[in-house]
Design a protein around this ligand. Structure first.
Ligand code: ARG
Length: 560
């Protein structure tokens, strides 16, 4: 059921010897206004080759084309416009959606494992808005890739190793309290860490102690490990509260520490391949031929670095998962780090480094201001989500005071609103976050899409007869909805190719708008011969809105 193919097939014989199938397909476009047909073929590039007026070419083509599969084919200026046969289009689309249900839109773009490095907050530090973005974008990409045939593996590459743990241990031992860490772990651990830096400015001795403690940790010292493990457990418990609210889970929590015993072999390979150089006491890989700054592999005191652990992780993922692609959903500010990572792997002779893709994203500001990752934000993030739920609750109370399980629905709407807002913006855009706007039931919001879906469900509940996709639907008012429904499979493929969940979110808004417009103009439940077909379209709309929302990780309550 690919209607563009119908157009390409019709053009193929008429253009034999001039353009091949792929070139034709690349040229076929969707006109801005549906008055100009459903597809259009521009003849301007042919005009240059054939030295003939585009208008002439277009009218010649119309003569040659078999118009039988279409309602109409006509030349307008330099275009050949194709009008689909609306009844058979409606038929095909509604039948496909009814048959395929949750699987409508599934594709076979590729297969194989795709590890997705996502979320990855740092132990003993608050989870930032950036980590929230990475979590929801990564989760949506996992859903999208699964639907086009891949096997995604969601990896939370926790920041649970590094010299900062030496500092944290020193700070905790000197001025920390077990009770404080137990009551409010991240807030207090962060506080110790900040205090460490303040005190170390006056007392450089502290830095030495921290280095020694990190060394003990790397060497497997009992006391160091016990403290580290405790910090990790209590931090993770806080992160898990947020993941639970968001409804996101992971296949692996192998963070940086997991690679502690896998780095020697990386360093050894680098040495064997003569890639390591000493620069100011540190070991580096020179990447000037890639136009990149050198990659830091070992500090002058022998401690390994973020990059070293990422090299070990990349190699581990290749060997362990045999990935076909390996994704890293990490903020744009780490762009160079991932360029360096790929470059070092290529220098090591690993061609598969070309299958590594950094999926960067932009910054969130709140009411115009950059969000700091400073203290207390862990509470803020949870607070944002809880406030969103409260706002949703208020609106539900106004619109639907007797809604059963209102609490559950408020949760789905409030949290869904925050996720949807994050995903409807193109990944790389910076955007502002204003809770009131995010949770509105009107406008380009998640609740608007959810509300449209619930409204469609309520129509279906009121109907006395069953939807029937085989009944003809000829009402022109239904056309925009039908077109949108038919576009979903192509939209999904585009989202997967571009690693861009916003394509799905924008599509959900388009379908919801088309449906609401239809609903404002047409009395769906009137008993006439097309009623079963209209109901089939309403049902198809709920199905596809739900498919789209699920891909984004947003719930779709049937009543709200
Ligand atoms: N923990 C890092 C941070 O908060 C993100 C880790 C991203 N993943 C990776 N493999 N480097 O900045």
């Amino acid at each position: 059921m690919d209607f563009k193919e119908l157009v390409v097939n019709a053009l193929k014989p008429a253009l034999a010897g001039q353009l091949d199938e792929a070139k034709i397909a690349a040229l076929v476009e969707t006109p801005k206004s549906s008055d100009l047909g459903d597809y259009a073929f521009p003849t301007f590039s042919l005009a240059k080759i054939l030295h003939r007026a585009p208008k002439m070419i277009a009218s010649d083509l119309v003569e040659k084309i078999d118009a039988a599969p279409f309602e109409q084919v006509k030349a307008v200026g330099g275009y050949v416009n194709f009008y689909l046969d609306k009844i058979s289009f409606a038929h095909e689309v509604l039948k496909a959606i009814a048959q395929e249900g949750d699987h409508y839109g599934n594709a076979k773009m590729g297969k194989g494992n795709v590890p997705i490095d996502m979320s990855s907050p740092n132990i003993a530090k608050p989870m930032s808005m950036g980590h929230l973005r990475s979590t929801v974008i990564g989760n949506a990409l996992a859903n999208i890739l699964a639907k086009v045939g891949y096997s995604p593996i969601k990896i939370n590459h926790l920041g649970d190793w590094g010299t900062q743990f030496g500092k944290l241990i020193v700070a905790y031992k000197k001025w920390g309290s077990e009770a404080a860490v137990k009551t409010d772990p991240i807030k207090n651990l962060l506080q110790y860490y900040v205090e460490f830096h303040e005190k170390a400015e006056k007392d450089p001795e502290l830095e030495e102690e921290a280095r020694a403690w990190f060394k003990r940790l790397e060497d497997g010292d009992d006391e160091a490990l016990t403290l580290w493990r405790w910090f990790r457990t209590v931090s993770l418990a806080e992160f898990n509260r947020i993941y639970k609210i968001l409804g996101v889970d992971f296949d692996s929590y192998n963070g940086e520490a997991f690679y502690n015993d896998k780095m020697d072999s990386v360093v050894k390979t680098l040495e064997d391949k003569h890639l390591l150089k000493t620069s100011q006491g540190a070991e580096i890989v020179d990447l000037s031929k890639y136009n990149l700054n050198p990659a830091l592999i070992k500090k002058s005191d022998g401690a390994t670095l973020y990059m070293t652990r990422d090299l070990a992780a990349a190699i581990f993922r290749k060997n362990h998962y045999h990935f076909v692609q390996s994704l890293y959903v990490v903020g744009n500010e780490q762009r160079e780090h991932f360029q360096q990572l790929k470059a070092v792997l290529l220098e090591m002779g690993y061609d598969w480094a070309n299958d590594i893709h950094h999926i960067p994203f932009g910054l969130i500001t709140a009411n115009g201001k950059k969000l700091s990752t400073r203290r207390g934000n862990i509470i803020l993030l949870e607070k944002v989500l809880n406030d969103a739920v409260d706002l949703a609750k208020q609106q539900i109370a106004e619109k639907h005071p007797d809604l059963p399980n209102a609490q559950q629905v408020a949760h789905e709407v409030g949290v869904g609103a925050v996720i949807f807002h994050d995903l409807k913006n193109e990944r790389l855009d910076n955007f502002d976050f204003n809770l009131e706007e995010v949770v509105r039931f009107e406008g380009e919001t998640g609740p608007y899409v959810q509300y449209t879906n619930a409204r469609a469900h309520s129509i279906l509940r009121k109907a006395d007869i069953a939807p029937a996709p085989e009944v003809a639907l000829s009402d022109p008012a239904a056309w925009d909805v039908l077109r949108a429904l038919g576009d979903f499979p192509a939209i999904l493929v585009r989202a997967a190719k571009e690693y861009e969940p916003s394509v799905i979110a924008k599509y959900a808004l388009r379908l919801a708008k088309a449906f609401n417009q239809y609903y404002a103009n047409v009395k769906v439940l009137v008993e006439d011969s097309e009623l079963p077909a209209r109901l089939a379209m309403v049902k198809a709309t709920t199905q596809v809105l739900e498919n789209a929302l699920h891909l984004l990780g947003v719930a779709a309550p049937e009543e709200m």
